[in-house]
Design a protein around this ligand. Structure first.
Ligand code: 2BA
Length: 107
């Protein structure tokens, strides 16, 4: 058995959680904070049988795929005030750790 610890953006968290549960995986969702950006993200823990590991990783990857989004940035000018212009940013993606489970106990 394996334990997947997957860190995704808050925007993708519900999609990842829903697709995993719909496909029969049991999950735990934890509100976490990234050490670098100090912004909220979501960690999703999944205990899976070895033969289902790749399926779970594929589902996470499909819902939390890295993608480009257009957002607006604002530039300030000395005399004329400010202007807003579109910039493309990269969002999404998942950081996934896979751990061997020594024991799985429910009592
Ligand atoms: P990612 O590498 O996609 O990481 C997203 C989040 O996943 C991280 O949030 C952190 O919560 C978790 N994470 C990633 N690698 C981890 C690891 N080895 N152990 C434990 N948790 C891990 P943040 O720490 O807020 O980082 C957000 C993004 O900032 C990162 O995206 C990466 O693109 C960048 N970043 C992180 N640390 C950096 C550094 N020292 N220098 C430059 N860029 C960094």
């Amino acid at each position: 058995m394996k334990l997947i610890l997957s860190i995704v953006s808050n925007d993708d968290a519900n999609g990842v959680a829903n697709t995993l549960t719909k496909n029969g995986f049991q999950i735990t969702k934890i509100a976490t904070t990234g050490g670098f950006l100090k912004a909220g993200n979501t960690s999703i823990i999944v205990g899976v049988e070895d033969e289902k590991l790749q399926e779970a990783i594929d589902l996470i990857g499909k819902e939390a795929k890295k993608r480009k989004e257009v957002t607006s940035a604002t530039a300030t000018y000395d005399v004329s005030g400010f202007a807003s212009f579109p910039v493309e940013v990269s969002v999404g993606g998942a950081t996934i750790f896979v751990l061997d489970v020594e024991q799985f106990i429910k009592i």
